[in-house]
Design a protein around this ligand. Structure first.
Ligand code: ATP
Length: 365
């Protein structure tokens, strides 16, 4: 790939204006070190500042501009802090708007133990493959409006949706990922109390499993998965599940291996991908230059890896790996932000990762 990459980025709320620029600096450093394509960064409004200037948390102009990009970084958003007028507007939260709008159906959330980072359990190395466009999240289940209803003051309902097509493609993505890893997929479900929806989900998982005879397939109940994750997470390689279950288990997995601030994630469809850390906007620590930028940095690395695979560009794949290795090396050296018990600021940690990239083989400096 020789042309310039067009990458969008949205700072978002809370710690977003601190961690998104950190990720951007690391990507620039990784690409310049490997003499790879240059990036044309496009900053686009999203979140509270966008509401103040346009009335939308995810302005239509931002969505249009994203269509012309190769991918983008989405900062965290804090919709709980948005004004009542926004809530009344019925607009989806920014992440959901993009996941639905660009059909980013696979949310990939890896968790692994890293040298130098205190971990509640040893030898964790797993990926949660979370269906992103339906399931138990009612805000993405209706063509218009929200799938939550209140027929009376004392009754609340929600719409959960499971389609065969969505179950099939998320299962396929999980098996494709597992075949590049330790070749084990575990489907997480709750078919004992919801046999219809999870019966359909499991049917599609089993169909896909038949096409991957070298990948071990098993399944586990959602509540058991939570218990096993704490008791023996090394048993898992790739977990595939619906939206809400995946969101919950990935926070658990993130904390198991150190802290939520380490957890990166990619939202991927067939034509677009979005880097978005698994954690939220952390308003309790915003504006103090103490947030852990690792989750955002490794999310950006996942985006580079996805772009590399998509464009058959081994250099981009290598740049993604270089970022992961640099983050590992800095964490192993004991440079930690406050959430890991250290005293490094966001900036100091980011500078250390960039310094580490400069020392790697293939570096241009
Ligand atoms: P959301 O619902 O948007 O995912 P949340 O309410 O679950 O968000 P977060 O914003 O992720 O919560 O924060 C949960 C806790 O983790 C807070 O104490 C926050 O400070 C901490 N935290 C989250 N991300 C980071 C980070 N990058 N660095 C340090 N601490 C973080």
């Amino acid at each position: 790939m020789t042309r310039t990459l067009n990458l969008g980025y949205m700072l978002g709320d809370g710690i977003g204006p601190e961690i998104v620029p950190a990720a951007r600096r690391v990507v620039d450093a990784a690409l310049s070190a490997g003499r790879l394509p240059e990036i044309n960064w496009v900053e686009l409004p999203m979140g509270l500042t966008a509401i103040q200037s346009t009335g939308f948390a995810m302005p239509p102009s931002t969505i249009e501009a994203l269509r012309d990009t190769d991918g983008w970084i989405l900062g965290p958003f804090d919709n709980g802090s948005y004004p009542a007028s926004w809530r009344e507007s019925g607009e989806r939260v920014p992440g959901a708007s993009l996941r639905i709008g660009f059909d980013l159906y696979a949310n990939l959330r890896p968790s692994r133990t890293r040298e130098g980072v205190p971990s509640l359990r040893p030898n964790v190395d797993l990926v949660i493959v979370r269906e992103n466009t339906e399931g138990f999240y009612p805000d993405r289940n209706m063509k218009s409006g929200n799938g939550e209803f209140k027929p009376t003051d004392d009754v609340a309902l929600l719409v959960g949706v499971f389609t065969r097509a969505a179950c099939h493609r998320i299962a396929l993505r999980a098996f494709q990922i597992a075949s590049q890893r330790r070749k084990h997929v575990t489907a997480v479900h709750k078919s004992n109390v919801m046999p219809t929806v999870f019966g359909l989900f499991l049917e599609e998982c089993r169909k896909v499993a038949a096409d991957f005879p070298d990948v071990l397939f098993d399944d586990v109940l959602f509540d058991s998965a939570a218990a096993y994750l704490v008791r023996d997470p090394a048993r898992f390689d790739v977990l595939v599940t619906e939206n809400l279950f995946g969101d919950t288990l990935s926070d658990l997995a993130g904390e198991l291996v150190g802290a939520l601030g380490l957890a990166g994630a990619l939202n991927a469809g067939e034509t677009h991908a979005m880097a978005q850390a698994a954690h939220g906007s952390a308003p309790d620590i915003a504006g103090r230059n103490i947030a852990n930028p690792v989750g955002m940095i490794v999310s950006a690395a996942m985006l580079l890896d996805w772009l590399g695979e998509r464009h058959s560009d081994a250099g981009l794949v290598a740049a993604a790996k270089a970022i992961e290795d640099a983050v590992d090396a800095v964490l192993a050296s004991g440079v930690h932000t406050g959430d890991l018990g250290g005293s490094a600021s966001t900036t100091v940690f980011t500078d250390a990762v960039i310094g580490q990239l400069d020392t790697q083989p293939g570096s241009g400096s």
